[in-house]
Design a protein around this ligand. Sequence first.
Ligand SMILES: Nc1nc2c(ncn2[C@@H]2O[C@H](COP(=O)(O)OP(=O)(O)OP(=O)(O)O)[C@@H](O)[C@H]2O)c(=O)[nH]1
Length: 235
Amino acid sequence: MESSLEFSNSLGSVSSLMTRCRTFKVLLIGDSGVGKTCLTHRLSDGRFPSRVEATIGVDFRERQLDVDEEKVKLQLWDTAGQERFRKSLVQHYYRNVHAVLFIYDVTCPASFAGLASWVEECRQNRVGQDVPRFVVGNKSDLREPGRKAQQVSREQAASFAKAHGMTLFETSAKKPPVKRAGGEFQPDSAEDIVFAVAAKLKRQGRPSGGDAPAHNGSFKVGNRKKAEKELWTCC
Ligand SMILES: Nc1nc2c(ncn2[C@@H]2O[C@H](COP(=O)(O)OP(=O)(O)OP(=O)(O)O)[C@@H](O)[C@H]2O)c(=O)[nH]1
């Protein structure tokens, strides 16, 4: 009797040490140059990279956080905006994705107009309506009050987000927005974004498997079996 009690106690302590962590695959898509790579850095390690080059294929970075006392890991997939660098990998981007961040540059209306084709690409790759979608206007630090015509207004973006059932954020990967007291619209911080995404994913439940490699780096095609096993990991 004594020994079985001891055994179950030790099992309990082992399981509390091995806290489980849910890993979610989050895709960042949008035109080339809108700042997907810089945002991926800001969302994962809170930094703005000193030097970036056009993404070739896909890179990924991870961010772990606690949501309601549970560990959640976001695997942020930074995809290439340039067609020539993404062609052969598009199907891998979308396989078993858990959330999509549509990125545009608030100072580049063409990148906002381009969101329609990214929504269409998602549809063609069978990303279901149940997959949470967020629209993120980046480079808010470059907004200039006198150049409204050359910028994407908050109202335009809000109406796009509403029409597509998305949550809207406006932020800067370069200069983290500082919240001020007052009623006017204020940009969101990277922390606002990661916590909103993680909270929504956690509420939705268990990840269903996917192409999730285990560390920051570039995705190697052909590593899928291992990746699928790692969606539930010990943090
Ligand atoms: N001012 C400002 N510049 C930014 C911001 N985010 C990115 N940039 C700059 O925008 C340029 C493009 O950034 P990237 O992160 O490489 O853009 P991308 O969307 O990943 O581009 P692709 O890899 O070609 O798809 C770089 O010169 C960045 O320094 C921002 O929030 N504010």
